[in-house]
Write a protein that binds this ligand. Structure first.
Ligand code: ADP
Ligand code: MG
Length: 239
């Protein structure tokens, strides 16, 4: 009998540094996110959360450090896998929908980029909109939707191509409290159904606890501690 093989972490950040002008922002960040887990990245405003997320997405390149997605090398020295080749979806605080496109066109965009043919694109777009409770909203424009609905569209766009990794940057912080709580709960359910590995940035401890398997606490540009809330989910990886 061979030993069970333990998968490498879905996301592995190793000794990452980054600065803007003279200001060091990320200072030796190390983080491993096991496959299928939702890792909240919790910390005060300005501690470097969005910067770290942008590095994962390929929107920034670090001064030093390595990044791996599973066994795939993503960042190492001057090497950087281009953003469009990183198999991930992202949800931003301000939704970032394209105003001139319909809801369906917004959601279909990642499939368009991947060269998925039209009939398949339509089917998967509808399926993603259905998952976020907006099956009938395809023909509308983003401006005709409430903030909560727009964020659902952004979520549908992030999941439509079934990426390995989902990144969230304070997706609920523009919404009022009731909406925040209900959408947070729905996202927790949806993310568990999908089983996608996710990094979820927030400055709200309640949101982190409601949604994540683990909470990575960030302070002064580094991750100080990780607390696991749902140890069973990740037990093979935690000593
Ligand atoms: P967080 O998301 O945790 O609030 P950020 O990662 O956005 O923090 O920012 C971390 C620090 O880097 C802040 O001090 C911020 O002002 C600075 N910063 C972020 N982006 C830039 C940029 N493009 N140019 C210069 N400074 C930046
Ligand atoms: Mg931020």
């Amino acid at each position: 009998m061979s030993h069970a093989k333990v998968d490498p972490a879905a996301i592995r950040v190793q000794h990452v540094f980054h600065h803007f002008a003279a200001t060091p922002v990320l200072n030796d960040v190390c983080l491993e996110v096991p496959k299928g887990t939702i890792m909240a990245l919790l910390g005060p405003s300005g501690c470097g959360k969005s910067t770290l997320l942008k590095l994962l997405a390929g929107l920034l390149h670090p001064d030093a450090g390595q990044l791996f997605f599973g066994e795939q090398k993503v960042v190492d020295g001057r090497f950087s896998l281009p953003p469009e080749k990183r198999d991930l979806g992202m949800v931003f605080q301000d939704y970032a929908l394209w105003p001139h496109m319909t809801v369906a066109q917004n959601v279909a965009f990642p499939l368009h980029m991947r060269g998925v043919r039209v009939s398949e694109r339509q089917r998967r777009t509808l399926e993603a909109l259905d998952r976020v409770g907006l099956a009938d909203f395809g023909p509308r424009r983003p401006s005709e939707l409430s903030g909560g609905q727009q964020q659902r569209v952004a979520l549908a766009r992030a999941i439509v191509a079934e990426p390995q990794i989902l990144l969230f940057d304070e997706p609920l912080s523009n919404l009022d409290r009731n909406l925040r709580e209900s959408l947070c709960e729905e996202m927790a359910v949806l993310l568990r159904q999908l089983g996608t590995t996710a990094v979820y940035v927030t400055h709200d401890p309640h949101e982190a606890e409601a949604l994540a398997h683990g909470i990575a606490r960030m302070e002064g540009g580094a991750i100080k501690r990780i607390d696991w809330l749902d140890i069973s989910r990740v037990s093979p990886f935690v000593a």
